[in-house]
Design a protein around this ligand. Sequence first.
Ligand code: C5P
Length: 238
Amino acid sequence: MVQKTTELYRGKAKTVYNTTAENLLILHFRNDTSAFDGERIEQLDRKGMINNKFNYFIMQKLEAAGIPTQVEQLLSDDEVVVKKLDMIPVECVVRNYAAGSLVRRLGVTEGEHLTPATFELFLKNDALHDPMVNESLAVSFGWATEEQLATMKQLTLKANQVLLALFDAAGMLLVDFKLEFGIFNGAVVLGDEFSPDGCRLWDKETRKKLDKDRFRQGLGGVVEAYEEVAQRLGVNLD
Ligand code: C5P
């Protein structure tokens, strides 16, 4: 069993630790919940545990569908062992329905169905508020190669197909989500996390928000909603 050694990086909701194995890291999912590029942070009891187990469940589904992920093994309620990726600083966002920054940017109506699903790239940079970028910029600045970007897009759209069906069967609309990739032994591998912190999920019938928008918009019942999503999917939270 690998053991934590030194802290490598403290993110807004997770802390990354080096381990006794050179090519493995431990992710610790904290209860911190942040919005507006870290300007607002609150502690939400149980969130770290729920997101850790939820992320593990989703990553296993994606792995089974042929998407390579960093996940190795669940370590504890709020920790998971992952491969040490060389992270690509570009976020991939897919949208099936209009919401969030797309609505603000283009003035479209929230909830508009987007067919085909859209695919956007954002630079991971809090100080610049994660500006939208494109493939040309990513290649010219050396954030990723053309080939890596093509793989990231293909894997993200494949994940969308898998997850749309998974959430649909549990009575939810997968509105949008963000993925981050990294390089491991030269290959593009899915990193970071998939949890209600980084996607939008609405109840299929009522369109009730079941994701981090409850926190961003001060709607309350944040952890209760995350728990409901996990329970509907059959994630074991015990
Ligand atoms: O804010 P925006 O509408 O562009 O977000 C699209 C999706 O990506 C949402 O599900 C949001 O939670 C996620 N996202 C994220 N981390 C960011 C930016 C967006 O998880 N830094």
